[in-house]
Design a protein around this ligand. Structure first.
Ligand SMILES: [Zn+2]
Length: 156
């Protein structure tokens, strides 16, 4: 569902104080019906490292605004991603996007952007990259994330 934050950006986006570039992301999740989707050991290691980020995600989680995708679901998609082939060093983010249905990703990694916008790796709908406030319109639910259709995904 919704928005995925690359582990490499997690401390900057979630650890506060939030840079102007990412304020729309925090605002969308906190106040405007958005959701963070997260999972995977790399992201969780970042949360363990940056206390403010861990507390924010915990708060969102308690309000249903952050959804953790099960490790097994990510691992299953990772197998598919490895079969298709990828160029970045972040196949877990691609797997998380595929497993969750989230299609907006906050990242500054050019290789990961290429992978995420490769329709063989992510499609229906294609992924969008959030980098700056001008990308605010990308902060939205999609048919793939289940929120628009009223479906509820399994939570961990
Ligand atoms: Zn959504």
């Amino acid at each position: 569902m919704c928005v995925v934050v690359d582990a490499n950006r997690a401390s900057v986006v979630l650890g506060g104080p939030v840079p102007d570039d990412y304020k729309p992301v925090i605002d969308w999740i906190s106040r405007r019906g958005g959701r963070l989707v997260y999972g995977g050991s790399k992201f969780k290691q970042e949360l363990a490292r940056v206390r403010a980020a861990a507390l924010l995600v915990q708060n969102w989680r308690s309000r249903g605004l952050a959804i953790e995708i099960a490790e097994a679901e990510i691992a299953a998609e990772l197998t598919v991603v490895e079969t298709i082939g990828y160029g970045s060093d972040d196949p877990h983010v691609i797997a998380l996007v595929r497993a969750s249905g989230a299609r907006t990703v906050v990242t500054g990694d050019a290789d990961l952007m290429l992978d995420l916008t490769n329709p063989r790796l992510v499609s229906r709908p294609r992924a969008k990259i959030y980098r700056s406030p001008g990308h605010g319109p990308l902060l939205a639910h999609t048919v793939s994330c289940g929120v628009l259709s009223g479906q509820r995904r399994r939570r961990t």
